[in-house]
Design a protein around this ligand. Structure first.
Ligand code: ADP
Length: 268
């Protein structure tokens, strides 16, 4: 019996964001609806991490679906049909959720970016800090360790502090020494945690101001999962911050959507 082509599997598109710390994958259908998400630690092989993240997103047959790679390790994904810069992908992924002009702040493991996103998810302006750990997840991880805690408790400590201890250096090495010195002088761990979060917010808010604050200010990246950072950033900017849905996957979502859009014009 004829099935009129109904048995043909519907088209799907994938995006994989090979970040310095975590590799994220998103699988979408023809309409751009998310079918699955997956994450794997990047480790020493971006290519293997990409395969693992895609598998975790529900993609088992890599030949069946076009994949767009983004992120700092995108060149390592040899099976990718396309490679697209992370700024472009983040802008597209954020626009998919807000459908309006916005200033996007992305705080990842080892870089931070601010992007002014225009109509259709286009990039108007951006600044990126990818040379040092200042104002990134890595900075907070090192400081949490110096305070002998994990990231979750670090955020809770900072949120519960009555007063912040001033942290003067944003260099990870110097700031860690400052933290140890403050602890030795009897400063509270909560106050130090708050001071560290405020220092990150100050630095990142400066980047956001540089690209310009549009109507919506949105946050993505793994550090968006740290509530103390979100509050400190809102205070530093004097603006409400919209944390995007599944914030760590925004770049991978943008890559998947761009893969879908570009494949429609140029079949792979
Ligand atoms: P990258 O793309 O650079 O690998 P991500 O956007 O994936 O970075 O973010 C990874 C970072 O997010 C980690 O280094 C970690 O500091 C932070 N992070 C991840 N999950 C959490 C969480 N639940 N709470 C606070 N920080 C988190």
């Amino acid at each position: 019996m004829e099935d009129g082509g109904a048995s043909r599997s519907p088209r799907r598109y994938a995006g994989v964001d090979v970040g310095s710390t975590a590799t994220k994958a998103v699988l979408v259908d023809e309409a751009g609806t998310v079918l699955g998400r997956g994450l794997a630690p990047t480790g020493i092989s971006g290519e293997k991490a990409a395969r693992r993240a895609l598998e975790a997103a529900g993609l088992t047959d890599l030949d069946a679906v076009p994949v767009a790679a983004t992120g700092y390790g995108r060149e390592l994904v040899d099976f990718a049909a396309r490679r697209i810069t992370e700024i472009t992908c983040h802008a597209r992924g954020a626009f998919a959720q807000r459908v309006a002009e916005l200033t996007l702040i992305d705080i990842g493991g080892q870089d931070t970016k601010a992007v002014a996103v225009g109509p259709g998810g286009s990039v108007r302006r951006f600044v990126m800090n990818d040379r040092c750990a200042a104002g990134t997840g890595r900075f907070l991880e090192v400081m949490a360790r110096a305070l002998e805690t994990d990231l979750e408790r670090f955020s809770a400590l900072a949120s519960g502090a009555e007063k912040a201890s001033r942290i003067n250096s944003m260099c990870t090495v110097f700031a860690e020494s400052e933290v140890i010195g403050l602890l030795a002088r009897g400063a509270s761990r909560a106050g130090i945690a708050r001071g560290l979060v405020e220092a990150v917010a100050e630095r990142v808010s400066g980047m956001a101001r540089k690209v310009g604050l549009l109507e919506t200010v949105a946050l993505s990246g793994g550090v968006a999962l740290n509530p103390a950072v979100v509050v400190a950033l809102a205070d530093a900017l004097g603006r409400r911050i919209a944390v995007l849905d599944d914030p760590q996957y925004v770049g991978a979502l943008g890559a998947a959507l761009l893969c879908r859009e570009r494949s429609a014009n140029r079949p792979t």
